[in-house]
Design a protein around this ligand. Structure first.
Ligand code: HEM
Length: 320
């Protein structure tokens, strides 16, 4: 079977190795800032190349994505068919807010300074055209644990399965090689979480804490994180690729997980979110939400790299 993804060179580094640092920037495009943003797009890869060439072992990988309304302000022609604003969810107990986001910059490297340097160069070129509305500096914590103490990322698909899960294939030739991205910033209530026994925490997640072993399906609680995030359609599991990172501030007393999920079909991510917030079957909501509050939520499309090098013309003036 041919590789579902065509030319890997022109794909943004959506599926990239886990690094020890990441910087997540979400911005809004100021009115009138569209031209400046378009002018900077070809520089995204150039800046990454320049830094990546000098620090080849640092695993620098930068992905840019655009929100639904920004897409229409920046580009004429066809739009990614599944690009829509993040769907706000109000469940019986928990709320997933939908927050502003025109542009996402997801910057990964084994050195936090390179993430910072890439962002600094880009934002300098953008001038005042983009206002950063959320900035999260993530770090790898111990042996890939989140701040709840569990290993996060184990069940991610790898290799060809990861590309198939995360990157739009030949069934959409216009946007082949792109990826639908969802981000949410979660703050943990570590006091309540740490009041649970390890056994209770393991029941919330559906894996053991120390050794990271998945519970057998018939032993997973219906409201566990794993039970609600396992999506099976026609007998096959539907995957996404997650690149979550912990972050924290002692001064602000904020400790959290920055969730980022890449999908070829954002319907899979949205189904996971509905399961978590609205419940599924006997699970009225994901128990992880009793200890983790979503404070942001935005959806983007990260097009192929060659789209950024030569984007379609800007939209014409609106009629009327
Ligand atoms: C508070 C935020 C979150 C934390 C701390 C968290 C943590 C974890 C942990 C520890 C695991 C088990 C290890 C692994 O396979 O990665 C996991 C699995 C998973 N999570 Fe999350 N997660 C969070 C939010 C989300 C969200 C918002 C989604 C989807 C929209 C999601 C989707 C998944 C999926 C698909 C799996 C793998 C399930 C499987 O075993 O097949 N997570 N998460």
């Amino acid at each position: 079977m041919p590789d579902p993804v065509p030319d890997p060179v022109s794909v943004q580094p959506v599926v990239a190795p886990v690094t020890s640092a990441a910087l997540f920037l979400v911005g809004t495009v100021e009115p009138g800032g569209e031209k400046a943003v378009r002018d900077v797009l070809p520089d995204l890869a150039a800046v990454a190349r320049s830094l990546g060439f000098r620090y080849p072992d640092a695993g620098l990988a930068c992905v840019a994505g655009f929100g639904s309304s920004a897409w229409d302000r920046l580009f004429s022609g066809k739009r990614p068919p599944h690009l829509r604003p993040f769907p706000e969810l109000r469940g019986p107990r928990h709320h997933a807010p939908s927050t502003p986001g025109d542009i996402l910059l997801h910057i990964r490297a084994d050195r936090a300074d390179l993430c910072f340097a890439w962002a600094a160069q880009l934002l300098d070129k953008l001038g005042g055209a983009v206002r950063i509305v959320d900035e999260t500096h993530g770090f790898r914590y111990l042996d890939h644990r989140d701040l709840l103490g569990f290993v996060d990322g184990t069940a991610n698909p790898v290799g060809g399965a990861a590309r198939e899960a995360a990157i739009v294939g030949a069934d959409d030739p216009d946007f082949e090689g792109g990826s639908y991205v969802v981000v949410q910033k979660y703050l943990h209530d570590l006091t309540s979480w740490n009041a649970l026994t390890v056994e209770e925490q393991e029941r919330v997640i559906g894996r053991t804490k120390l050794d990271d072993v998945e519970f057998p399906d018939d032993e997973k609680a219906a409201d566990s994180h794993l039970a609600l995030n396992t999506i099976v359609e026609n007998g096959a599991e539907r995957d996404i690729v997650r690149a979550n990172m912990p972050f924290g501030s002692f001064e602000q007393g904020e400790f959290g997980t920055y969730y980022i999920g890449y999908a070829a079909d954002p319907g899979v991510t949205e189904q996971m979110l509905r399961n978590m917030f609205l419940g599924k079957g006997a699970g009225s909501h994901d128990r992880i939400l009793d200890f983790s509050t979503a404070v942001t939520g935005s959806s983007f499309f990260a097009p192929r790299a060659d789209f950024l090098d030569s984007p379609p013309p800007p939209p014409g003036p609106r009629a009327g």
